[in-house]
Each structure stands twice: as structure tokens, then as C-alpha cells.
Design a protein around this ligand. Structure first.
Ligand SMILES: NC(=O)c1ccc[n+]([C@@H]2O[C@H](COP(=O)([O-])OP(=O)(O)OC[C@H]3O[C@@H](n4cnc5c(N)ncnc54)[C@H](OP(=O)(O)O)[C@@H]3O)[C@@H](O)[C@H]2O)c1
Length: 287
């Protein structure tokens, strides 16, 4: 890996800043397995062949199917492969819709301990390199939930701990319990409400993992982004990813795709350089 394209999670785990978000390798509404599991496995293997070594998943994707497919495709894992999974959400039965995401939070010790056993089994791992709290449960203090993560790390089941959809105050509260290696919040060209979190992560050696880097695919279709892409002989998806990579050296991107063509295209975003004129043009994307 070229040093400029690497972030060290927790200071010791080198990952390529071009990661892969596996969530969409499930059925519609992130429910059940994908229609074409062979394709899902091929995409994951191609990602590793292209030098991607960080795969992001969660126990609720499927639920369970996404982690199982990752292990089916990649286990035994190539040395240096880093799997990040998450706990703290519970899915009610059936595909998620905009009206009914079918998700609730559970940050209790009992839930997290049950979740990690399922993730370790499905992923065929003895230790999870990056275990992320998917959402803070409003009924359980973040200190109490993160203390369970701290205990699991002491038991050798977790290497590093991350948070998702948190504000700066919540990160500081979690850090009062244990070191936090990563934060995964929504952030992309069109959605920038977490600028303060990104700045905090950068200042505190926390890797920042923007989820929905392509705004769930919308940025690949945006005319503003396509205009910039044409000038660079790149694609709009590459421009949206390059913008994130250029935004901060702390960023690891995790675009999701079920297409090998799109995957190959996305990985090449590491080579796209945006000029000040391009960056100015992209400012129109701020929501
Ligand atoms: N922490 C959280 O709460 C949270 C929430 C949401 C997501 N996430 C994480 O973020 C990851 C990424 O999210 P996401 O997959 O929902 O959204 P995304 O990466 O922003 O966009 C994925 C969409 O973009 C399309 N796409 C990808 N590459 C493309 C390209 N080169 N050209 C055109 N279209 C392209 C994909 O369709 P094709 O399949 O056709 O390529 C897919 O529909 C997830 O896998 C998950 O790991 C985390």
C-alpha cells in the first residue's frame, strides 16, 4: 500500500483509505441475503485483490447474512484484512422502508455480549479488529455501553473500538471510558452536518469513516458532480469519493456496490486530484 493512501486504525492497524461498505450485499431493504450470493462473494474477493483491506459490516445487515457472506467469500482472511462490524441495533422482521426502518436501539450489556458472540461465529474470527457501537441507546448511558466494549477488549474479543452517529460530546464521554479508534457518521458532498465531528477526529487521531459516501448513489447522478468529473476525465462517483479523501487525511471511505465495474471505478478515486477550481464548483452541493 502507498503510505499516502493508508490510515492506521488505533495507531497500529494499517488500512487502505479506500475501504468497502458491504451493507448493500443483502436483500432489498437490507433484509435477508442478496439475490445473487455468487456475485456478492465475487465483489468482496475483487475488492481484496484491488488492495482494499477494510470491510465494513454490521450484525443487523441481513441480519447476520452480510457477515456470513463476508466470511464465505474471504475466510480464511488474507493477512492484513480488517473487518469492522457493529452492535447496538435490533431489526424487527421484514425489509426496511423509508416509512418504517424497523430498527430499535439496544445498548445493554446483555445485548452487546450476545451480539458479539454471533458476529465472531458468523465472521469466523476469534477477535474483531474494529467493533463499533452502531447507535447510542437513549435508555442506556454511553459510558455504560462502552464499558462493555472495554471489557470485551480486555477479554481479547475486540482489538479497537469505534462509534457511529455520535456528536463530539458523546465521543468525549466514550473516551472517558476507553480509547476510541474510529467514528462512523453520515458525511458526504451533500450532507456535511458533522464538520465539527470530523475536525475533532482529525485533532485526536481518530479515523473518520463517512457513511453514505455517495449519498446512497445520488452523487453519482448529480449534474454538478458530473460536470467536474467531465473536466477530469473521471466519473462522478470518483469525484465524490476523491472529495472525501482530499477533505482530511483521517478519512477512510467505504463506498458500497454490488457491481465489479463500479468497484474498480471507485478504487481508482485514490488517484483523482481535485483542483481549487473543482473544489469551488463542488461547494454548490452543500445542502
Ligand atoms: N453506520 C451507519 O449507521 C451506516 C448507515 C448506512 C451505511 N453505512 C455504511 O456505509 C456503507 C456505504 O453505504 P451505502 O452502500 O448505503 O451507500 P453509498 O456507498 O453512498 O452508495 C451506494 C450506492 O451507490 C451505487 N454506486 C456505487 N458505486 C457507484 C459508481 N461507481 N457509479 C454509480 N453508482 C455507484 C451503488 O449501486 P451499485 O450496486 O449499482 O453500484 C449503491 O446503490 C455501507 O455499506 C455501510 O457499511 C453505515
Amino acid at each position: 500500500m502507498v503510505e499516502s493512501s493508508v490510515v492506521r486504525i488505533g495507531g497500529d492497524l494499517p488500512v487502505c483509505r479506500m475501504g468497502f461498505g458491504a451493507m448493500k450485499l443483502t436483500g432489498p431493504g437490507v433484509w435477508g441475503p442478496p439475490d445473487d450470493e455468487d456475485n456478492a462473494r465475487s465483489v468482496l474477493r475483487r475488492a481484496i485483490d484491488l488492495g482494499v483491506n477494510f470491510i465494513d459490516t454490521a450484525d443487523v445487515y441481513g441480519p447476520g447474512d452480510n457477515e456470513r457472506i463476508i466470511a464465505d467469500a474471504l475466510s480464511p482472511y488474507r493477512e492484513g484484512t480488517v473487518i469492522g462490524t457493529k452492535a447496538g441495533l435490533v431489526r424487527s422482521a421484514g425489509p426496511a422502508t423509508r416509512e418504517n426502518p424497523g430498527i430499535s436501539m439496544n445498548g445493554s450489556a446483555q445485548h452487546i455480549r450476545t451480539s458479539i458472540e454471533g458476529s465472531l461465529r458468523r465472521l469466523r474470527l476469534e477477535c474483531i479488529d474494529l467493533y463499533q457501537l452502531h447507535r447510542v441507546d437513549p435508555n442506556v448511558s454511553i459510558e455504560e455501553t462502552i464499558d462493555v466494549f472495554r471489557a470485551l477488549r480486555g477479554e481479547g474479543k475486540i482489538r479497537h473500538i469505534g462509534l457511529s452517529e455520535v456528536d463530539v460530546d458523546q465521543i468525549k464521554r466514550a473516551q472517558s471510558v476507553v480509547e476510541i479508534a474510529t467514528v462512523q457518521n453520515i458525511y458526504n458532498l451533500a450532507t456535511r452536518k458533522h464538520e465539527d465531528v470530523l475536525a475533532y477526529c482529525e485533532a485526536n487521531a481518530i479515523a473518520f469513516i463517512p457513511f453514505w459516501p455517495l449519498h446512497s448513489g445520488d452523487l453519482a447522478k448529480s449534474e454538478v458532480v458530473q460536470d467536474v468529473a467531465r473536466r477530469l476525465d473521471a466519473t462522478a462517483a470518483q469525484v465524490a469519493l476523491a472529495w472525501l479523501l482530499q477533505k482530511s487525511r483521517s478519512v477512510i471511505v467505504i463506498p458500497g456496490t454490488s457491481s465489479i465495474d463500479h468497484l474498480e471505478q471507485n478504487v481508482k478515486a485514490l488517484e483523482v486530484q481535485l483542483s481549487p477550481t473543482d473544489l469551488e464548483a463542488l461547494e454548490q452541493m452543500v445542502a
